[in-house]
Every structure is written in structure tokens, then in C-alpha cells.
Design a binder for this molecule. Structure first.
Ligand SMILES: [Fe+2]
Length: 417
């Protein structure tokens, strides 16, 4: 699952090539549907039935729930409204596997997803097969007049499933990190490989730049509308911050110096007992970290992972630098002046997750996908080692609460000139 760490700024090519016949479009979506659905099962296949039930914290979900929830998404938003004669697989499932869509009806409490031992894994596999067959029939039979609308829902359903593929990985890592036996998800899993070469800072083209999604390809609504943003005279680090630099931060009193921290961040340090990035453990031979390949020595040259926004911000202050804004990050990535923008770690920015000027969420339940979360969270850019192939975009806006650190989250620095 280790992929190239670099990526062109043009990631996210149009899925719809012009002048294809309807039959060619059907083939395209059938193949895409099968590819994404099977990737979910491939990621889950390394887990035992017991692994797939566990919920290690309220923010994380069981693997079995992820597999069922992404299936419910197709059932709820595609099959029920648009597939005449579709039979809901189990009338109890919408309550169990609706995540947060208020308009789609009541739902089970998120922190209690790990208590749902039944339906069991076989039931969820049957649910997936039932929905897969119905979606594939719909792809084969959808009349031309409905094709664009149907394929657009399939497209967002597949991107949604890819988001859960990453969460499936991050959530099971959190669960395994609570297990004293240090379980291995994938013995072949390797830590992020940073691009080598001269470090230092590179200038971001300053001035007014178009930010946001600007091609014909897919994007989430939070990447729109494309708009002008002013980029000041600023430089960004070519590389991501490394574990070696983070060890210097620890040794330099980073976690014990209140003046480095935002007030909420310092409170988190106290209440959570943070002394190092998530999953790090100090042993006689130095720092080790729980990874998908089990407990491994921390590689000093690798980019740091599993730090919260609060930690990233404190580190930047310790270093006498800043975090880049998301506009600065996007302009630098589009200009190809930074490395490791994609495929290693999501990078915290100093930008709050707020709507772009003129943003409007879509009508209906799918309008709840992004818009209602645009408060109290921070934007991360790039992608991580766990992000599925083809899911990255230069305009992609990931977002998490500033205390979150169970995702593959790191940082690069910026300095004003
Ligand atoms: Fe979801």
C-alpha cells in the first residue's frame, strides 16, 4: 500500500471523458464500482471477526460498521430513490448504519457502534452483496435520461467509500494500539518514505491566486467555489517535519513549556498526558511507535505522524515558524515547489475549516455531507499513506478537530519573509 510520495498538482482527472457512448460510460462506472468496493473488502480481509467489532473510542468506528455504512449510503441515496422495485435488505439496518444524516432518519448512537455484535460479519457481507448486485443492475439498465444523475450519485458514493477505507485503517490502528500484544495489521506495511534532497524553504508565488476546485473532475462541495485568495510573501518548507525534529522538540521541553501552546492545546496536554506523538512509547532502546506493522522503532528520518493541530502549532512556535494557510499550501502544491505533498501524511494548516466565499451546501440529505461541519475544525491538506489510490486532489480539504491525532497527520512549516 506504499505508493509514490509525490503527485502532480493535477490529481483528480475528469472521470467523464467526452464523447463516450452510454455503454462505455456504464462500463466505466461498473469497473469503478467493483474496484472501490473490493478495496474495502481487501482492507478488511486482514481483520478477524473479533477485530471487526471493536470500537476503541467514540471517534473511531468498527471495521464491520464501516463496511455496512458505506453500503447503506448506496442503498439510502441511490437504490431507494432511483431503483424501482428495490427491496431494502433489512429494515433495521438504516437505523444502525446511518452515520449523521438527520434528514435520512434516526440513527444509533455513535459511541455505541462497538456494542453491535449482531448483525454479524456474515450478515454484513450478505448486505454488501445484495446492494452490489442491485447497483450493478442499475448501472446496466439506467435509461439515458437518468444516467447523469445516477452516475453522479455513484461517484460520490465511491469517494465516500474511499474516505471510509482510510478511516478503517486509522481506526483499527487505534484499536490495536490499546492491545498489550501489539497486533500486526500488515507485516509488510512500511513507514512513510520521505523524498530525499536539499531541505529548506521555498518561496510561494505571492499575489492573488485562484483557490479551490477548477477542473471537470469530481470534487466534494467544500472545495467550491473556486475563488481568489491573497498569498503574502511567504516561504514553505520543501519537506515535512521529521521524527528527528520532533525528538528535538520533546528534548527541548516542547511538551512541558506552556508558553509554546494555545490555551486549549495546553489543556489537552494536561488532560491527555501528551508527552510525544500518538502511539509513541519510550523504551530502553529509545522511541518506538505502534504502527500497522506492529511496534517499531521510530525512524528519525521519516516524517512525523499522529500529531494534533495543537501539537503542530506548538512545534511551529518552538521552531520560530508558522503553519502554512491552506491557500499557501495549495499555491505551493500547484507550483510544484514542495515535495511529499501527497501520500505520506495529511498536513495541518493554520486555516479554520470554514466555507469558501459563496459556498452553498446541496439541497437534501447529501447537503449534510460537509457543510454542517464547518465550525471548530482545522483544515488539513495533501493525503496520507492510507489514502486510497486516486483519492487525492490538490484542492482536497480534509478537516478534523484540533485535538485529533489518530489520523495520519503531520505538518510542514512556513516562514514569512
Ligand atoms: Fe460516511
Amino acid at each position: 500500500m506504499v505508493r509514490s510520495a509525490t503527485s502532480p498538482a493535477t490529481r483528480g482527472e475528469p472521470a467523464h471523458k467526452p464523447k463516450r457512448s452510454l455503454d462505455e460510460v456504464r462500463v466505466h462506472w461498473l469497473e469503478a464500482f467493483r474496484r472501490v468496493r473490493s478495496e474495502t473488502e481487501r482492507r478488511a480481509s486482514r481483520l478477524s471477526p473479533e477485530d471487526q467489532i471493536v470500537q476503541s473510542m467514540a471517534d473511531a468506528s468498527p471495521a464491520k460498521w464501516h463496511r455496512a455504512h458505506v453500503t447503506w449510503f448506496f442503498e439510502q441515496f441511490l437504490l431507494v430513490p432511483y431503483c424501482s422495485g428495490y427491496r431494502i435488505f433489512d429494515e433495521r439496518f438504516p437505523f444502525l448504519f446511518n452515520s449523521y444524516y438527520v434528514a435520512a432518519g434516526p440513527r444509533h448512537a455513535r459511541p455505541q457502534r462497538g456494542l453491535i455484535t449482531r448483525p454479524n460479519g456474515e450478515d454484513v457481507a450478505a448486505y454488501r452483496a445484495h446492494v452490489d448486485a442491485a447497483v450493478e443492475r442499475l448501472i446496466a439498465q439506467v435509461p439515458a435520461k437518468d444516467a447523469e444523475r445516477i452516475f453522479a450519485i455513484i461517484e460520490i458514493g465511491l469517494h465516500h467509500e474511499q474516505q471510509h477505507q482510510e478511516l478503517l485503517i486509522t481506526d483499527i490502528l487505534h484499536a490495536f494500539a490499546q492491545n498489550p500484544t501489539d497486533p500486526v495489521y500488515d507485516s509488510e506495511w512500511q513507514g512513510p518514505r520521505a523524498t530525499q534532497g536539499p531541505r529548506g524553504y521555498v518561496e510561494v508565488p505571492h499575489g492573488i491566486h485562484a483557490i479551490g476546485h477548477d477542473s471537470d473532475g469530481f470534487c466534494f462541495d467544500n472545495e467550491t467555489p473556486s475563488h481568489d485568495a491573497l498569498v503574502p510573501h511567504v516561504k514553505v518548507a520543501r519537506h515535512l517535519v521529521t521524527n528527528a525534529e520532533w525528538i528535538e522538540f520533546i528534548a527541548g521541553g516542547g511538551y512541558t513549556t506552556a508558553s509554546l501552546w494555545l490555551s486549549d492545546g495546553w489543556a489537552a496536554v494536561q488532560t491527555e498526558g501528551w508527552q510525544a506523538p500518538g502511539y509513541w512509547r519510550q523504551k530502553d532502546d529509545g522511541w518506538n511507535a505502534m504502527t500497522l506493522a506492529g511496534l517499531k522503532p521510530v525512524d528519525p528520518g521519516s516524517p512525523v505522524q499522529h500529531v494534533s493541530y495543537y501539537e503542530a502549532d506548538a512545534f511551529a512556535r518552538f521552531a520560530g515558524k508558522h503553519l502554512p494557510s491552506e491557500a499557501e499550501w495549495e499555491v505551493a502544491a500547484r507550483a510544484n515547489v514542495i515535495v511529499d505533498a501527497f501520500g505520506i501524511a495529511w498536513q495541518w494548516t493554520r486555516s479554520a475549516y470554514v466555507p469558501y466565499p459563496g459556498y452553498r451546501a446541496a439541497e437534501g440529505a447529501l447537503g449534510e455531507y460537509n457543510g454542517k461541519f464547518m465550525i471548530n475544525q482545522m483544515v488539513l491538506r495533501g493525503s496520507s499513506l492510507a489514502t486510497p489510490e486516486g483519492h487525492e486532489r490538490v484542492s482536497y480539504r480534509n478537516f478534523f478537530y484540533p485535538s485529533a491525532r489518530w489520523q495520519f497527520t503531520g505538518l510542514r512549516l512556513a516562514e514569512f519573509v
